[in-house]
Design a protein around this ligand. Sequence first.
Ligand SMILES: [Zn+2]
Length: 242
Amino acid sequence: LRIVFLACSSWVSNPYLGGVSIAIVRDSGFALLDCGPKAPERIALCGLDPCSLDFVLVTHMHGDHVLGLPTLIMWRRFRCPSKTTVVVGAKPVIDSVRKLLELVGCPQHREVELVPISVGEETEIMGYRLTLFEARHSIYSTVVRLCVEGSCIAYSSDTAPCSAIAEASRGCSVLIHEASGTDPELMHRIGHSTPLDAIEAAAASGVKRLVLMHPGLEPISVPMRFSDLTIVVPHACYEISS
Ligand SMILES: [Zn+2]
């Protein structure tokens, strides 16, 4: 199982990152966790075949997580017309996806299958076992647990610290966690997390690999509690002075 980060930042961020989309790749195809604006082009740039897509899971309706979806559906309509694009998510999210596709004139007849799934219950889709948990965000959002081919992956999407992360991460090999900024008071107020929140969530759930993503204009930095050292995770074009 491979995890390919097609796009891994927030709405307003470095132009080379741009939104969120994570491909969970198995031999026979791949699932997309969220579909930010750059996802359609990145699928090809990152060496994936858009016709091998199993489904798209949308965690919430913020544009950096969903605005690539109409384009991806249109790509597949022309490149693999026999294949339906399956879109999965919690019911309130799927209701909003339907409205979005109507608003932008994206056909939804045979091209798209919208699949609402219950929050808090495991659902099997094409061999992937999915569980969604409600997140703590500025709009309705969901934390994801995805298990396939013997591996489980947890994905925070956008959320302030919440108990759902530990629940979703139980026994997982990887936790993909947002780290939108370093000021905890500000981040929690707007429904986001800091790098330290993510590290604490990983430590609490026993996950051994933590991926930090979803920075804004500034790259992710991890302030250390026991020294003056700051660890920076730079992205393309970010500059520091010596
Ligand atoms: Zn969001």
